[in-house]
Design a protein around this ligand. Sequence first.
Ligand code: NAD
Length: 276
Amino acid sequence: MKHGSAAAKVEVTPRPKLRGKSAIVTGSTSGIGLAIARAFAAQGMNVLINGLGDQTQVKRTRTAIEKEFGVNTGYSGADMSKADEIAAMVERAHSMFQKVDVLVNNAGIQHVAPIETFPAEKWDAIIAVNLSAAFHAMRAVVPEMKKRRWGRIINIASAHALVASPFKSAYVASKHGILGLTRVVALETAEHGITVNAICPGYVLTPLVEKQIPETAKARGISEEEVVRDVLLHAQPTHQFVTAEQIGALAVFLCGDSGAQITGAAIPIEGGWTAQ
Ligand code: NAD
């Protein structure tokens, strides 16, 4: 073919559109999970909402998403600390949407206390919700994703998957753990059109962080204002909170075709925290 010929054709790989894909976002009745669910819905994706909370509020959230973006939503009240309820949530998504294209393991809890007084039942709960839940959900969605040769799994880890802070033994252990789990499942699924990544946010002003401000003040013996200025925002060189919407946009990017070669990655979105 002559150089510059009008007949020259560029091979373009068709872009898989996200419209019509379906996602489970755990812990999406609040905070980061809700922002991710909304960001997916804005792309035309159907979303199964999960999380605790007042049922009237959950209904309101779903109606708002459906009206604003013209997608279908479902809801599962599955408790992420219970393996059988996680399996039922995945089954529910399969029966509602016929497939689960995207799984976001986002539900998470926190407790701040020194190791010697850290309640053992808080340790168990944090490991169950922040780490074991992702194991149970991934093992339930991966077989179908493999059959369809397409899937996106996003684990909402934390900057605390990469670095530690005092008084957060269970949380930091769970987040380091989920990064290891992310890498393992990414390797196991890499040849099946599935990507598995960990988003590692810095501080986002959600109910989870609002609750730990007084706990951290107590553990460190400082005021709540000092916690925000000298602990939370001090960790981030930008001295600004990350927004839940910024994390939603990153999740959308990972689901799109541009994210197809990103797998097994820990992606920081933390104002430069872990660059220090
Ligand atoms: P949030 O408290 O606003 O939301 C947590 C969500 O998880 C809620 O929907 C809640 O109902 C749900 N949840 C809690 N326990 C559950 C259970 N047993 N079963 C089912 N759902 C349950 O918190 P967030 O800040 O939006 O946190 C979301 C994720 O982001 C967590 O994994 C958290 O560790 C991570 N994260 C948050 C920050 C931050 O600064 N906010 C930073 C890094 C990582």
